[in-house]
Ligand binder design. Structure first.
Ligand code: ZN
Length: 137
């Protein structure tokens, strides 16, 4: 396995509404999608920077993992997502190298991507996501 590029960087925010203007007015990026991912109890906003995206994550309820992240660490970089050709294979390969997984199998993420997370305990403290775009197959 080898990532093809950084698919996105996930950033935890308290409020999309308050966070979006920095990306639009200061950086000059355009928010091209806002999407709620019920599964993960978050509302997301996306910006493109070349091939890579910025994904802002706002919790939709107290039980959201983003809500506990905000409580513990405050707003900021939450995870990094690598684009992989085959998420299930990549998760399997990581597990064989004794990396602790959060997801043993890919599941549905925002934008129709198949995603899976590695545990930050095994990745030097960086919550790491693998992403596969089924449309690219
Ligand atoms: Zn992500």
């Amino acid at each position: 396995m080898k990532p093809t590029h950084i698919e996105h960087i996930g950033i935890a925010v308290k409020s999309l509404e308050e966070a979006i203007p920095y990306y639009e007015k200061v950086l000059g990026l355009e928010c091209y999608a806002v999407e709620e991912v019920a599964d993960q109890k978050v509302k997301t906003a996306f910006f493109k920077v070349g091939q890579t995206k910025i994904e802002l994550l706002e919790p939709t309820c107290e039980e959201s993992t983003i809500a506990s992240f905000l409580e513990k660490k405050g707003p900021g970089v939450h995870h990094i997502a690598f684009a992989m050709d085959d998420v299930n294979q990549a998760l399997h390969d990581a597990e064989e190298k004794e990396v602790r997984l959060i997801d043993k199998q890919g599941r549905n993420g925002a934008e129709g991507l198949k995603i899976g997370f590695l545990h930050p305990k095994s990745t030097g403290g960086v919550l790491t996501e693998f992403c596969e775009d089924p449309k690219k197959k």
